[in-house]
Write a protein that binds this ligand. Structure first.
Ligand code: NAP
Length: 254
C-alpha cells in the first residue's frame, strides 16, 4: 500500500522506521517544516504544507496514496481535520495515531483547562513566575498578561505577540526529572503550563512540579474528527495496517 504518514512526532518516526523495512508498504513521511532542523524520519520525506484540504486531496491523488496515517502531534488540529476531510472525499481510509494523554497521580496539583486562553488566565491567577512549555505557537494567548514573568521554553523562537516580561529558553527534550527540578528551582517557577501532550519525552516536568508542590495548568486535547480510526501506539497502528492490507489482498498472505 502507498501510505502518506503525517509526522512531526517520535511515534511517526518510529512507525516510518518500521514500515520502510516492510516490502508491502511504500511510505512517504510528511513534515510541516516548522522546526529549522527537524529530525528526519527513515525513508522518503517531503516537507511543507499541502495548501489546505484541496491541496492535500490533489497531492493524495497525484501520488496515488491509498491510506493516510496521521501521526502528528495530538494538538496539530488543523492538519488532522484537513486529512480527515481529504480522505473522506476520496474514500480513503485514515488512521489517527495519537498517544494517550497524561493522568494525574496523587500529589499532582493540576488545573485542566479547555484551551490556551483559559490556560493563560488560570496561570496568571495561580502564580507570578510561569514556565510555559506549550511549544512556540500559542504563546500569543499569554501576551495580554502584563503582571507575571514567563520562562518560554521552545525548540525554535516563538513568533507573534509575547508577554512583556519574559525570557526565552531554546531547548529540545527529552529532559530528565533532575534537569526539570533544577530549572524550576533556578528560575523560582511557581506554576507550569503544558499541553496534555502525553508520552514520556516531556513528562519529567510533571514529576518535577509534583515534587516541588507546584500547580500545573494542563490544556486538554482537541477532539479527533468523527469517522477516523484512532489508535494509541505504533504497534496498534501496524496491526490496523496489517488488517487492511490483508483485507485488500482478499485475505491472501502478501
Ligand atoms: P496544524 O496547526 O495542525 O497545521 C497547520 C498547517 O501546517 C496545516 O494546515 C498544514 O498546512 C501544515 N502541516 C501541519 N502538519 C503537517 C505535516 N505533517 N505535513 C505537512 N504539512 C503539515 O499543525 P501544528 O500544530 O502547527 O504542527 C505542525 C507540525 O509540528 C506537525 O507535524 C506536528 O506533528 C508537529 N508538532 C506540533 C506540536 C503542537 O503542539 N501543535 C508539538 C510538537 C510537534 P497546509 O494547510 O498548507 O497543508
Amino acid at each position: 500500500m502507498r501510505i502518506l504518514l503525517l509526522g512531526g512526532t517520535g511515534e511517526a518516526r518510529e512507525l516510518a522506521r518500521l514500515l520502510t523495512g516492510e516490502r508491502e508498504h511504500e511510505i512517504v513521511s510528511s513534515l510541516a517544516g516548522r522546526v529549522s532542523e527537524p529530525i528526519r524520519p527513515a525513508g522518503e520525506v517531503r516537507i511543507g504544507g499541502f495548501g489546505g484540504v484541496d491541496g492535500l486531496r490533489a497531492w493524495l491523488v497525484d501520488h496515488r496514496i491509498e491510506l493516510v496515517v496521521d501521526a502528528t502531534h495530538p494538538f496539530a488540529e488543523v492538519i488532522t481535520a484537513n486529512a480527515a476531510q481529504a480522505t473522506a472525499r476520496l474514500g480513503l481510509p485514515m488512521i489517527r495515531l495519537s498517544r494517550p494523554g497524561w493522568t494525574a497521580v496523587p500529589g499532582d496539583r493540576w488545573y485542566r483547562v479547555p484551551d490556551l486562553a483559559t490556560a493563560a488566565d488560570t496561570a496568571a491567577a495561580s502564580g507570578n513566575r510561569i514556565l510555559l512549555t506549550i511549544g512556540r505557537q500559542g504563546v500569543a494567548a499569554f501576551a495580554g498578561h502584563t503582571g507575571p514573568w514567563y520562562l518560554i521554553r521552545a525548540i525554535d523562537p516563538p513568533t507573534g505577540a509575547l508577554p512583556p516580561r519574559h525570557e526565552i529558553l531554546l531547548a529540545r527534550g527529552p529532559f530528565t526529572v533532575a534537569e526539570e527540578s533544577e530549572l524550576l528551582a533556578r528560575h523560582r517557577i511557581d506554576v507550569v503550563v503544558t499541553k496534555d501532550s502525553g508520552g514520556t519525552a516531556t513528562a519529567a516536568k510533571l514529576t518535577a512540579a509534583r515534587a516541588a508542590g507546584l500547580p500545573v495548568v494542563v490544556v486538554d486535547r482537541p477532539p479527533v474528527p468523527p469517522g477516523v480510526t484512532v489508535v494509541a501506539t505504533v504497534e496498534d497502528a501496524r496491526a490496523v495496517l496489517s488488517g487492511w492490507r490483508d483485507q485488500e489482498s482478499g485475505g491472501r498472505p502478501t
